[in-house]
Structures are given as C-alpha cells and as structure tokens.
Design a protein around this ligand. Sequence first.
Ligand code: NAD
Length: 309
Amino acid sequence: MSTVAFIGLGNMGGPMAANLIKAGFTVKVFDLVPEAMQALAEQGALTATSACGAAAGADIVVTMLPAGKHVRSLYVSSDANDDTKKGLIDVVAAGTLLIDCSTIDADSARFVAEHAANKGLEFIDAPVSGGTAGAAAGTLTFICGGSDKAFELAQGVLNAMGGNIFHAGGPGAGQVAKICNNMLLSVLMVATSESLQMGVDHGLDPKVLSDIMKVSSGGNWTLEKYNPCPDVMDSVPSSNGYQGGFMVDLMVKDLGLSQEAALLSNSSTPMGALARSLYVNHAKQGNGKRDFSSIFELFAQSEQIKHKG
Ligand code: NAD
C-alpha cells in the first residue's frame, strides 16, 4: 500500500487522514498544531517535524489548508537560492502525485500545477463538498482539476475518503466548479429563508410550507436536506441552535472567491454578489462561527422588529 503524506489536520484534514489510515495506507502527517498531529499519531499515523519531512519519500501528498497563500507557499519554494525555504515540489521524488483538497482560488491551483509540471510532477486540485460530517464518514465529493493521468492516479486515495469523484477539467477546474456550486448554494439558502419567513409572517406552518415547496417548482437542496427554519427538520443545524455544519466564515470565503473569479472572467453574477454582501454582514453581526443556514435569522429578526414596532 502507498505511503501518503497528509499536511493540514484541521476540522477536515484530521478525519480525512484518519480514513486513509483505516483504509490501510501508511500515513505520515504534519500540521503546525502539535495536538492535531498527536491525535492522528494515536490512530496510527507517523509524524514529521516539517511539511517537507512528511512529503519526502511519500508516494502521494495530500494537503488540506485554509487558503491559496498557504498552498502556494507550501508547495513552491519562496527562494530558489535558500535550501531552508524549499517547497514540497523540491523535496518529493519523481513520480509523486500531489493532491490539494483545500478550497482556494483557481489561480493559486494553476500556479502550483505549473510549477509541479516544470519538475515533471502531477498535481490535481481536488476541493471537497460534504463538510466535516462527510469527512468523518468518508463520503466526501471530490471535484478535481488536472490531467487525465493525475485524475486516474488519484482514484485509490480519493476513494478511501469519499464517494463521488468528478473530473471537472484541467488545472484549476476543480476550484472553479466548487465555487460555482457554493455560490448557487448560498443563493438558494437566502432565497429559501426569505420565502419560508414570508409564509410564517402570513401565519403558515413552516413544515407545511416546506412540504409544499419541496415538491413544487421551488423545490431545492436546502428544502430537502438542510431546512434553515428551526424545528422543521431533525438533525440539521437549524434545529440545534445553528451549531456544527458549514460555518458562515467559510461561506464568506467561498463567496469572495466566486466574486474574484467573476471579475476575472467578466461574468455577471448579481445574485452571488448580493449573497456575499448578506453573508458578510451576517458574519459581522457575530455569526461567523455559526452554520450558514443561520442567515434565516436575518429575515426572522426583521419580523420580530416589526411586531415590536
Ligand atoms: P482548519 O482551519 O480547521 O484546518 C486547517 C489546518 O491547516 C490547521 O490545522 C492549520 O494548523 C493547518 N495549517 C495551516 N498552514 C499550515 C502549514 N503551512 N503547514 C501545515 N499545516 C498548516 O480548516 P478546515 O475546516 O479543515 O478547512 C480546510 C480547507 O477545506 C479550507 O480550504 C476550507 O475552505 C475547505 N473546506 C472546509 C469545509 C468545512 O466544513 N470545514 C468544507 C469544505 C471545504
């Protein structure tokens, strides 16, 4: 079985690395946070003292980092004349497959892919959908950008962490597809919230209204799987004080990426721009760490204010 270096053991990376161990891979981990490495060591991972130390000698490198700047600086040397500033692509053996699962801008993914290609290495961007629950259950969706060869080579390791694995196109295409999806999701969440609240304001039961809209032309994923109105659905963040799930701060990040992408391609995305603005304000009201379906309260609160008046 291959040796996998896993770098970035946060909310997503930790359980993803654990699933690779369960699947029988030899996993060598690194994170800036020692406790995160310790938790994986207890599950059978080898630990390294640096990212380059984890990657040297691995067959496959997987990274799960916060943003594009982290991915660029980790993979690509910041100073070609200084050995202490080596990037991962300087230390891995020929034939090593590089997989970045972070959600980042497509330009950063293409930047790393180009540097990797210059060294004869295969790199794919493989951002995920499915959240921390999907990471823990090993049911993530991977949305990949890269060559056919890299996509084929990645199947084994991605299958150990997820279910649906898509090839969106060349380098950066995985990131573009991911932010298109999340921009759409944000718009659906806002529109579902305002529609449900308007029904409630007119005295409708949100459960009944949800059942009606689910099978009518307004039906969508947020109504079926992630209802934002409290107590309409069991086991979703809205019925648990909007805890867990997908944080508002992460949605704000993804909507920022989608607007940057829209500028680059001169695409018109008015709904995405509005959704970003609403989510930025929502985060500023202290909701950054809550689930993104808490945007529902924006509309519910305005109703309470109306009654007070
Ligand atoms: P996180 O902040 O919990 O984890 C990031 C980890 O990377 C941290 O442990 C941090 O110490 C580590 N790190 C940062 N720089 C490093 C470096 N140079 N070397 C080694 N380790 C380093 O974030 P997360 O929630 O796990 O998200 C990771 C990525 O996955 C993000 O790009 C995010 O947008 C994406 N994502 C998150 C979710 C989610 O629900 N949390 C869902 C889909 C996608």
